[in-house]
Design a protein around this ligand. Structure first.
Ligand SMILES: [Cu+2]
Length: 117
């Protein structure tokens, strides 16, 4: 291999490496934007909002702002929290599209729905 060939080869490899690094950079910075979050507040014996629509991949966090305990239980067993005391949280990440009705197992009249689409 001549020294000129080695030089050309070296420049080609360096250019390729830089291209790969620049191409990868925007993907790395885009990841946090894909990790969407949403919040449902539990207060005064109700979930707010009663219907929350999110994109697939969104992590929903319920927070109990009421001064009595509540739970977050999916009607079709997709998710189930422990008993949440005041200011305690429960999170679930919705990966599949669909309707997810849920209720509070302590107060079954408390119902709401997460819509994933
Ligand atoms: Cu409750």
């Amino acid at each position: 291999m001549s020294s000129k060939t080695k030089l050309v080869l070296g420049i080609t490899v360096a250019t390729l490496l830089m291209t790969v690094m620049f191409a990868a950079a925007p993907k790395l910075s885009a990841n946090p934007q894909q990790a969407a979050t949403a919040e449902v507040k539990i207060d005064n014996f109700s979930f707010g909002p009663a219907t929350l629509t999110v994109a697939p991949g969104t992590t929903v966090t319920w927070i109990n702002r009421d001064d009595i305990p509540h739970t977050v239980v999916s009607t079709d067993s997709a998710f189930k929290s422990k008993v949440l005391d005041t200011d305690e949280k429960f999170s679930f990440t919705f990966t599949k599209a669909g309707n997810y009705p849920y209720f509070c197992s302590i107060h079954p009249k408390m119902t709401a729905t997460i819509v994933v689409k």
